[in-house]
Design a protein around this ligand. Structure first.
Ligand SMILES: Cc1ncc(COP(=O)(O)O)c(C=O)c1O
Length: 361
């Protein structure tokens, strides 16, 4: 049990500096938030400066233009798309659809699935990913799915970075169709995967599949609050009636099309990922750390033999100006692991130097 206050999400620097008796202006490079380190597209500031007029009108209640842009981008029909106030609203809507029922959460994972389910009166059962590779036991998952109304699975998974194989998802979907279970796959980080790992193609044959997306991570716009949900048209309609009117503001709504059309940003992000994702986790492994294979823009690192050692490493990094994401609040990890964002080369080098120093006898 830790004596330290651990904020429930990443990117919360101030309370942690205070807890470790560091001054508020202690310089910190944030490895705790899993956002694109290239920063938002450069045209965004000018766009926002010229967008004031949009605030004088209500958002389009049907999000028509944004939904069409998403549908084109995803190769789907607009009726399969619901625009949401961040990925988080999509999670809460998916839970609302099954209010009062039974849910399954495959963990360790993003804490908000269980919170959203409890918020909507669902009973939450959990299934643990296995071992230090965080593998899904597919047969156990099939059995667990059969007992619930809705199951949440994150792919690639926050905080492990691991990716359940597409064939295993197809098996889970087949089983959950038989039992009438909705399978919610949160793809908030799918843009960062190698190759095209999105599950859109499965939507055609699986009306019980819901895919959740976020523009937050890829475009580094956590303040904008943009996400969406993809599913069968009938399910999307049932979700839409549970959404608050004008849930997505007019600026965010108008930004969907230009953000998705920014192919230069996509190319730059992919080029960055191609160098850092193989190199940084591997370098940490060569220092003797356990690091599961990651398909995301972050990786998990075993911080020590127990929670106390991981907390000491956390403090060691913070004193060197490197903020890791603690894993208190991720059942199954309980603080013994740290999650670290992949950043640009010089930041990654500083992190690896600090990890090497920690390892030195
Ligand atoms: C797996 C996952 N899904 C959804 C979200 C929420 O995304 P948004 O900021 O778009 O609401 C997060 C945020 O950390 C996340 O990690």
């Amino acid at each position: 049990m830790s004596r330290i206050y651990w904020p429930p999400h990443g990117g919360r620097v101030a309370p942690l500096l205070a807890r470790f008796d560091l001054s508020a202006d202690h310089p910190v490079t944030d490895f705790s938030a899993n956002l694109n380190p290239l920063g938002p597209p450069t045209w965004l500031t000018d766009w926002l400066a010229g967008a004031g007029e949009r605030l004088t009108r209500y958002p389009d209640p049907d999000d028509d233009r944004a939904r069409r842009a998403i549908a084109d981008h995803e190769g789907l029909a607009p009726e399969q798309v619901l625009l949401t106030n961040g990925g988080i609203e999509a999670i809460y809507l998916a839970a609302a659809l099954h209010a009062g029922g039974q849910a399954l959460v495959i963990e360790p994972t993003f804490s908000e699935y269980a919170l959203a389910c409890r918020h909507h009166g669902l009973d939450v059962a959990t299934l643990a990913l296995r071992g230090e590779a965080f593998a899904l036991e597919v047969e156990a998952a099939e059995r667990a799915l059969a007992r619930v109304d809705v199951a949440f699975l994150c792919r690639p998974n926050n905080p492990t970075g691991t990716l359940v194989a597409r064939v295993d998802i197809a098996r889970l979907l087949a089983r959950s169709r038989e039992t009438g279970t909705t399978l919610v796959v949160d793809e908030a980080f799918v843009d960062f995967t190698e190759g095209d790992e999105r599950l859109n193609a499965l939507l055609a044959e699986a009306p019980n599949l819901l895919l959740l997306r976020s523009l937050t991570k890829w475009f580094d716009v956590p303040g904008l609050r943009l996400g969406y949900l993809l599913g069968a048209p009938a399910t999307v309609r049932r979700l839409a009636v549970r959404q608050m009117p004008w849930s997505v503001n007019a600026l965010a709504q108008a930004l969907v099309a230009p953000l998705l059309a920014d192919h230069d940003y996509l190319a730059r992000t992919r080029a960055w990922l191609a160098t850092v994702r193989p190199a940084v986790p591997e370098a940490a492994r060569s220092l003797g750390f356990t690091v599961p294979a990651t398909q995301a823009n972050f990786f998990l690192l075993r911080g020590g033999r127990n929670v106390a050692e991981a907390e000491t490493l956390f403090a060691f990094l913070l004193h060197r100006g490197l903020l890791a994401r603690h894993t208190h609040g991720f059942p199954g990890l309980d603080g013994a692991w740290l999650r670290l964002a992949l950043r640009e080369g010089h930041d990654n080098a500083r992190l690896l130097e600090a990890l090497a120093e920690w390892r030195r006898p």
